[in-house]
Design a protein around this ligand. Sequence first.
Ligand code: UDP
Ligand code: MG
Length: 319
Amino acid sequence: MDISVIIPIFNEEANIEALYSRLSGVMADMAVSYELIFVNDGSRDQSLRLLLGLAARDPRVGYIDLSRNFGHQIAVTAGLDVAHGNVVAIIDADLQDPPELIREMYAKMHEGFEVVYAKRRSRQGESAAKKLTARLFYRLLARITNISIPVDTGDFRLVARKVVEGLRRMPEQNKFLRGQISWIGYRQTYVEYDRAERAGGETGYTYRKMIRLALDGITAFSDAPLKAATISGFVVSGIAFLVVLYTLYSRFITHDYEPGWASLMVSILFLGGVQLISVGIIGEYIARLSANVRQRPLYLVADTNVAPDLPLPAPPPYV
Ligand code: UDP
Ligand code: MG
């Protein structure tokens, strides 16, 4: 099998047919052996029915129906766990990532790269707020992590078999695939493209899901927030120490002290704020630690027509 294409599906009834025909067209053009693995991530519309229809019509179509909505990253992971191809492509279902680009990306793989990701030159049809937050997030992440996660790049990419093996050996619960793939290394390159508008339907990425993904990315690849909490602790303690000296000086030397409501309020609020933020940051890391200690399966499958290619790697003894 040359290529497995993994497509996470969450309420994409409007796009599945068009996506299928464009993908099949590209694959036929490239003259490769392939499979399309659609992962239904708890869709509430007719997506699953459409997928079953496609699978009945075309033996190259595989589907995995997850037991509920586990989120985009987990849906892709479920696909990676069963993909048979020497090369695995990850692509969104809404045609924002043009399937035709796979051809160019596949050619790059043959130049000896293990990862070819698609970098967004521009993005259409997305709110200014989303574009701005995405832009800022990618740059912040690049700054505070010690691996180089490419900016303006989603999960649209082609990866070689050994990268998939690498991913399967990373059992973390809070997936941030683009970071994990950067961490894995090997030879990586990119092609640029203009990100189209969503063909139909609406985005499944609510702000809530985006914030979670952003926090997963940061906590999985950087300790900078923890260090920032420590540093702000020291800075605030330093300031507090000076204020203590000043207070003692006023009280015992100049005897010039006031009831001091304002200064009290300011210091209490300030200290309280810094403490809460620090506790919150620590909490974000602890929440992820506990999620990993629980060692729940990442997802459950309700129904599928793809036989897993490889046994799941043995769970780690204790994380
Ligand atoms: N998706 C998913 N589960 C979710 C949300 C999204 O599988 O909980 C899929 C969705 O069907 C699409 C891809 O992930 O194929 C990207 O989602 P979307 O287009 O909604 O995100 P956006 O492009 O707006 O960031
Ligand atoms: Mg989209």
